[in-house]
Design a protein. Structure first.
Length: 393
């Protein structure tokens, strides 16, 4: 495994991706084909109503941020393929800021990212939740999703990234897991266990986030998130092994890991935030699972592309799809970025086709959930395009 250096051609391509005015435009439709009409036919499932909610309704061809399928696509100054991604459905900066303020307050109260309040505020996960969950204007629900996301992200930042030693990773994650699936030791060991769970900000954050989730979600959906975060932790360990072994994974292996070291836990809360209930039978349907995990993977490849600039400055080896492709397919870094965009696009096209079929034949709740995943892709990309986490390097 060789250390990477910032390649000026890659920097140019990443800058193109990040650019608002000349970047790769959203090329995908704003709604899954056919679902706009179906939503209209099911007013009970057509999203929130009331003050300030009109922007949250799913509109087939309208972008919240000046990108629409009718706009020209592709960048004038590069041959980077279009990033196939829907536009964001709504942009309500005030709502995002409100959620973000409360999220930062929570982080301060529990000591998460202590001394880095300004940085965490600038990352603006409140805005991410506002963009990615356009069918909810409920700040309390968006805040719960934001707390879960920040706690999951912090687990990565504290235990995996930023030069963290890989050796204790398994133990860190094993203990962290018990914050939301409690261990029940003989009573005499309980004080010692409890002390450890309280003396680390990641553990405190995960426990607190799950407690808040339990206030708004029923047991099956809390269990659903538990399962997705367990898979996330397995994937964190998977990545840690490459560091210990100093091994560059094969492209297929990297992608398999990225399906779960992904935003899948965020997608799992789409119905909770939207205040409806997708049955566990439908969530677990292998056809739904395939579509949703592909979308999760694609949304995280967006992260790989947008975070390349940041990762060039991080300590230690940072894995992302272009780095893995360049290493294994003996191509230049710019070519690896292009191939990564193509892989992203294939995943999104496949999701679009399969989710459309499922939405047309499944329950109204499944239809709304899959539309929510599609909206999530658009909001996720829009957030990556603007967050200080990837734009201030
Ligand atoms: C919000 C959430 C579920 C986060 C867990 C997974 C995660 C940390 C990412 C999908 C982000 O990936 P990465 O580790 O590459 O993050 P950075 O690019 O370092 O911000």
């Amino acid at each position: 495994m060789t250390a990477r250096t910032a390649d000026p051609d890659v920097a140019r391509l990443v800058a193109t991706l990040l650019s608002h005015r000349h970047g790769v435009r959203a090329a995908a439709p704003g709604a899954l084909p056919g679902t706009g009409r179906l939503f209209a036919a099911h007013p009970a499932l057509s999203g929130p109503t009331g003050l300030g909610t009109s922007a949250a309704r799913i509109a087939p061809a309208r972008a919240a941020h000046g990108t629409s399928p009718t706009e020209p696509s592709g960048s004038p100054d590069s041959d980077l393929p279009e990033l196939y991604c829907p536009p964001p459905v709504r942009d309500d900066p005030e709502l995002g800021e409100h959620v973000n303020d409360r999220l930062v307050q929570w982080a301060e109260e529990i000591g998460l990212y202590a001394g880095q309040t300004d940085r965490i505020r600038a990352v603006n996960i409140g805005r991410m939740m506002m963009l990615a969950h356009p069918d909810s204007d409920d700040p309390d629900r968006l805040l719960v999703a934001a707390k879960c996301a920040l706690a999951e992200w912090a687990t990565d930042d504290y235990y995996c990234d930023d030069g963290a030693a890989p050796e204790p990773l398994g133990a860190h994650l094993g203990i962290a897991y018990t914050t939301f699936d409690p261990a029940h030791p003989p009573l005499r060991y309980l004080p010692e266990q409890e002390k450890v769970l309280r003396n680390d900000p990641v553990r405190v954050a995960l426990r607190s986030a799950f407690e808040h989730l339990a206030e708004i979600a029923d047991h099956p959906r809390v269990a659903r998130l538990r399962q997705e975060v367990a898979a996330l932790f397995v994937a964190y360990t998977h990545e840690g092994t490459w560091r210990v072994q100093e091994r560059m994974p094969a492209v297929w292996e990297y992608l398999a890991h990225r399906q779960f070291n992904s935003f899948l836990p965020c997608l799992a809360l789409i119905d909770v935030v939207g205040r409806y209930r997708l049955t566990e039978a439908e969530y677990a349907d292998p056809r739904v699972r395939r579509a949703v995990t592909m979308a999760a993977n694609a949304s995280t490849l967006v992260n790989d592309l947008y975070s390349m600039g940041k990762e060039d400055h991080d300590q230690g080896v940072e894995f992302n799809l272009p780095v893995v492709i360049a290493a294994h397919e003996q191509c230049s870094p710019p070519e690896a970025v292009k191939r990564s965009v193509e892989i992203h696009n294939e995943l999104v096209h496949t999701f679009e086709a399969e989710a459309t079929a499922l939405a047309l034949t499944g329950s109204p709740e499944l239809r709304r959930f899959l539309t929510g995943v599609w909206s999530w892709l658009g909001g996720n990309r829009e957030w990556h395009r603007g967050t200080a986490r990837y734009n201030n390097t």
